[in-house]
Design a protein around this ligand. Structure first.
Ligand SMILES: *[C@@H]1O[C@H](CO)[C@@H](O)[C@H](O)[C@H]1NC(C)=O
Length: 198
């Protein structure tokens, strides 16, 4: 039987590390900002600049992770089942819809809304419920996972499917930390608004 995944490839593990590192990094950075204003202080007290800098860092880490993913896949065995002509259109459909979900969420949330502005005290006026947030609560994460899956299928690499599973798991864990935390940030604002009007 042909080997499914070549675990002896260093590029596989470097990619896995990058997949785990990214959400860990932005959660730790954002909480440090929220509790100690670490990033705002780095930018001379300007939280908007701090948020832009974090946005650029997260974006570049994402680009790096995507390129490590492609490199890892190219060093992995291809599975014959994944070279079926039916796979390519599925891969393209996943990648296109994933990209639509990611870009439309960024459009709906804006730059600071996308990149953890809430932790900097830059809050949205109201919860966004328009597309794609009427489909799922986490369109950015779902879309990104779909992009990984589409890429793995496109290259026909089972290793890519496993790494996509890791992406999904990391986002799932990240959400269990992020959702209650941002929920509390907005609940706090509502309590403060209540105080002002009463
Ligand atoms: C979400 O919003 C879009 C655009 O307004 C709309 O076309 C779509 O039908 C909505 N989907 C659901 C599930 O409500």
């Amino acid at each position: 039987m042909a080997e499914l995944i070549d675990f002896s490839q260093q590029s596989f593990w470097i990619c896995a590390l990058s997949i785990v590192f990214n959400p860990l990094f932005w959660n730790i950075a954002a909480r440090q900002e929220y509790h100690n204003k670490v990033i705002t202080k780095l930018f001379g007290g300007n939280s908007l600049y701090g948020c832009y800098a974090l946005a650029a860092t997260i974006f570049l880490l994402g680009v790096l992770r995507d390129s490590l993913f492609t490199t890892a896949l190219l060093n992995q065995p291809i599975h014959p089942l994944l070279t079926s002509p039916l796979i390519a259109p599925v891969a393209v459909a996943l990648f296109s819809s994933g990209t639509i979900l990611v870009l439309s969420s960024m459009w709906a949330l804006g730059l600071t809304g996308t990149y953890l502005g809430d932790y900097f005290g830059i809050l949205m006026d109201a919860k966004v419920t328009s597309f794609p947030f009427n489909i799922t609560d986490a369109p950015m994460y779902i879309g990104s996972t779909m992009n990984f899956l589409g890429t793995a299928l496109w290259y026909g690499r089972p290793a890519g499917l496993l790494l996509t599973g890791l992406v999904y798991l990391c986002y799932k864990v990240a959400l269990t930390f992020e959702d209650p935390f941002t929920g509390e940030i907005y609940a706090k604002r509502e309590r403060e608004r209540g105080k002002k009007t009463s």
